[in-house]
Design a protein around this ligand. Structure first.
Ligand code: FEO
Length: 402
């Protein structure tokens, strides 16, 4: 028998933990796993908020059955159709054939395409409401807060926001469900990694959604991944606001490729110069070792970005080229940019990094350092000057953590 966690009176957590999958979306590592959250309201009418990845349908349906304890399931609200949340809808419908599915026209197009479901639907538009007895649910369109059909559902009675992917985090729920009953320290970085890699491209839609939410009185945020936010709800919203405005904090991420260590030595000198000049948050990533999702997380996190690459077949080092592609897709804005590179007989990397900075409309800081073969006193000084220039610019812009 499942012992359900009650979020508020008659609002239960019925989600599941995934500690099996290695890669979310078959792309993003899950060192702490991931949870697929779902919530069940047992009012005069019973309402389920989203489902879970189909791999966990069995345990999920068992949890729902335990909470319902013989009652019918009246409604399913589909806030998001991505299969990590909508994957169990067909099986849920088989178990509860009379359930009415609430969504918008875009939801229903996807519901037909993924599950062949076209009947028993209840279409809502932005601002529509539904009374379930004690609870009053409001549906708010939040297009492109990951996918175009996304809705946020606000329970005006208990002041709960069911927020779809928004405010979600990687990391399973290891016993506790609500932030106030957990040690949540490791979730913050995992929330930034989730946001930057999964939702990061959609900063403007997230800003529009946050403005819409500004007029709601929210006590509890129930996202589709990670902890339920109550004590830390304001910190969570502030973090999303900052990330979706692409506002970096004081600090510098240095991402470099290096085949034989010469470009890496340049990175080390730059990092030392940053430290000597007062920068405390310095994160270095060897792109051949750090996973791109972690580098992207740190690029969203910090205001300063310094990228270094050897020249490789008259191009950028392939892993650097791949990283630049991921930054480009996410349209990361407003970074201080420094760059450096090395070559053996003909340099191409520095020129290509310059073009990338221009394309991103990032503010170039300092003079790019370029090194032929091994380090010389000249290339050492150029790297040192680049690090110092970045530190100085952070100070001028008032980015002092120090
Ligand atoms: Fe967690 Fe966009 O799905």
């Amino acid at each position: 028998m499942y012992n359900p966690k009650e979020i508020t009176d008659n609002v239960f957590y019925v989600g599941v933990n995934d500690r099996t999958k290695h890669l979310f979306e078959n792309l993003w590592p899950l060192p702490y796993g991931v949870s697929y959250n779902s919530y069940l309201i047992t009012d005069e009418k019973t309402v389920l908020m989203d489902t879970v990845d189909v791999c966990y349908a069995d345990v999920f349906l068992k949890k729902i059955g335990d909470v319902l304890d013989g009652r019918a399931l009246d409604f399913l609200v589909v806030n998001h159709m991505e299969p990590d949340h909508a994957g169990s809808i067909r099986l849920l419908r088989q178990q509860y054939p009379d359930i009415r599915i609430i969504g918008n026209s875009k939801t229903f197009d996807m519901l037909k395409g993924y599950h062949g479901i076209t009947e028993g639907l209840h279409e809502v538009k932005d601002g529509d409401t539904l009374s379930t007895g004690r609870h009053e649910l409001q549906f708010h369109a939040a297009p492109m807060v990951h996918w175009p059909e996304v809705m946020l559902t606000y329970d005006a009675t208990d002041r709960i926001l069911f927020s779809a992917d928004a405010f979600g985090s990687f990391g399973t729920l290891d016993g506790g469900v609500i932030d106030e009953e957990m040690n949540i320290e490791h979730y913050w970085d995992e929330m930034i990694r989730y946001y930057s890699n999964i939702v990061g491209k959609y900063g403007n839609p997230v800003q529009r959604a946050l403005q819409k939410l500004g007029c709601l009185d929210i006590e509890t945020i129930c996202p589709l991944h990670g902890p339920v936010w109550r004590t830390c709800r304001e910190k969570t919203v502030a973090l999303y606001d900052r990330l979706s405005r692409y506002e970096g904090e004081a600090g510098v991420v240095i991402a470099y490729g290096s085949m034989y260590g010469h470009t890496e030595q340049m990175a080390e000198v730059i990092a030392s110069a940053l430290a000597e000049n007062g920068v405390r948050n310095i994160v270095m990533h060897n792109v051949s070792k750090s996973h791109a999702s972690v580098i992207i997380r740190d690029i969203f996190k910090y205001r300063g970005v310094i990228i270094g690459s050897p020249t490789y077949s008259n191009q950028l080092y392939p892993e650097i080229e791949s990283l630049l592609g991921k930054i480009r897709i996410r349209e990361v804005k407003d970074r201080l940019f420094g760059y450096f590179g090395s070559f053996t007989w003909a340099g191409a990397a520095v020129k290509r990094l310059a073009a990338f900075g221009e394309e991103m409309k990032w503010e170039t800081v300092g003079t790019p350092a370029e090194q032929k073969q091994a380090m010389t006193p000249g290339s050492h000084d150029a790297c040192h000057a680049l690090g110092k220039a970045m530190a100085d610019q952070l100070t001028i812009d008032n980015y002092t953590n120090n």
